[in-house]
Write a protein that binds this ligand. Structure first.
Ligand SMILES: [Zn+2]
Length: 437
């Protein structure tokens, strides 16, 4: 939708003035329109300080570049790296915050959230966390409700498991939104439309701070403005009547001197101005979250979005199961099998199969759930003597069978067989484990 000429003009402007041009009246955040029917607006009212001891946490992200060929050529891998670095600086409060006025300096919050590019795709295959998809669409138009068209085929690409990845779609948007995100309701978290959408120019290349704003929504933050009586429910965000554009440090849109409607115990005998330094406003000098916003985001991360904390998709791809030892013996017609693992990566459990010819296997135990002890005992009644072949297959937490182990047990009927130790196993390139006697 953007002509190259206007893109170049904006570039020139940026280089000349060194600004993050952030939101504008023509390209604002789509959040309010997207959540017009949201009835949960008051649920989070009056957030106060909850916790000031947040621990470092790593959250995986994937960038879906859903662009037509002309737009796609404009976005490089380095642009994604820059976007992520910019985000990480702001979610670790290591960006330049010297513009924050003294009244707000001591309430700057540090989310201590580090975002990482996914190293595994949903099938467990290596990825760099950038998923390019060529769309036939010139643009997506939010003015006619095309909020989610880029999140499914044929015009877009489906989300990666949104319980494990923060999905970010970079697209050509028209209709007045530079970006938008959904709030973390229980039904939204992990759904097919959960995530963040950014316009590839106004919400990504030219305004990297917009991702910080949308990530704020993603973790439960609202815009700071309202009606001077209620707004985003964050006490450390002074009441604000309408959004701020540009960088006007003199604006106080909800004035009531000497004591404003804001909490006097928080601000003292001062009516605080609009907190235009806040990422959740539209101003071009936003450089901070406040402590209570951070508390709320971290509460969401410990609550609705907690699954992201135990997602391991930023780890390098490794085998789900490392080093299995198996021992077995038989007593009458019972086969006693014990196996242990050295480590289990993203493992959900195992399936045990048996064959009496080494070729045709049937399921004996359909599911053996993973245990913290990584030590498993199984008894299989085979009803008659003979040589039995077993396979143990591991099932990863995404339901995919990742590898298998094969071993044989001789059953002599009334006699004990010696305990057989099969040793620690090596995996081949196909992620299969062959247990040899
Ligand atoms: Zn917004």
């Amino acid at each position: 939708m953007k002509s190259l000429f206007s893109v170049l003009l904006t570039f020139i402007f940026l280089f000349a003035f060194g600004q993050d041009n952030s939101f504008s009246e023509d390209n604002d955040c789509g959040f309010d329109k997207l959540h017009q029917s949201d009835t949960t607006i008051n649920v989070l009212a009056n957030i106060k300080r909850m916790n000031n001891n947040h621990q470092h946490v790593i959250i995986p992200v994937v960038y879906h570049l859903v662009l037509n060929p002309a737009d796609s050529a404009f976005i490089t891998q380095n642009d994604v790296f820059n976007s992520l670095n910019f985000l990480n600086q702001r979610f670790y409060a290591i960006n330049n915050q010297s513009n924050v006025r003294p009244i707000f300096q001591n309430i700057i919050g540090n989310p201590k959230i580090e975002f990482c590019l996914a190293q595994q795709d949903p099938n467990g295959n290596p990825t760099n966390g950038i998923n390019r998809f060529t769309t036939s669409r010139a643009y997506f138009n939010t003015a006619i409700g095309e909020w989610n068209l880029m999140k499914s085929s044929p015009l877009g690409t489906p989300s990666w498991d949104a319980t494990k990845y923060v999905n970010i779609w970079i697209v050509d948007l028209t209709g007045g939104a530079a970006g938008y995100a959904y709030l973390p309701s229980a039904s939204m978290h992990g759904s097919a439309i959960d995530g963040i959408v950014l316009d590839y120019i106004s919400g990504f290349l030219f305004s990297p701070s917009i991702l910080s704003h949308e990530m704020g929504h993603y973790f439960g933050l609202r815009h700071p403005w309202g009606n001077c009586i209620s707004d985003d429910g964050i006490e450390q965000t002074p009441f604000t009547q309408t959004s701020n554009f540009g960088c006007n440090y003199n604006r106080n849109s909800c004035q009531a001197l000497p004591l404003g409607p804001d909490n006097p115990s928080l601000w003292g005998n001062v009516d605080p101005p609009d907190q235009i330094e806040n990422f959740m406003d539209y101003s071009s000098c936003s450089t901070m979250f406040n402590e209570e916003q951070v508390d709320l985001m971290r509460a969401i991360l410990d609550g609705t979005r907690v699954s992201l904390k135990t997602s391991y998709v930023c780890d390098g791809v490794s085998l789900p199961i490392e080093g299995i030892t198996v021992t077995s013996y038989s007593k009458k017609y019972n086969v006693y099998i014990n196996f242990k693992t050295l480590s289990e990566y993203n493992n959900n459990g195992f399936v045990l199969y048996r064959s009496n010819n080494g070729k045709d296997f049937n399921i004996v135990v359909p599911f053996i759930p993973t245990t913290l002890s990584q030590n498993y005992d199984i008894i299989d009644n085979v009803k008659e003597k003979g040589i039995y072949y077993y396979k143990i297959k591991s099932v990863s937490s995404d339901g995919i069978i990742k590898q298998e182990s094969l071993f044989t047990v001789k059953v002599y009927g009334s006699e004990f067989t010696p305990i057989l130790q099969y040793g620690i196993l090596l995996m081949d390139k196909d992620k299969k484990t062959i247990i040899k006697e």
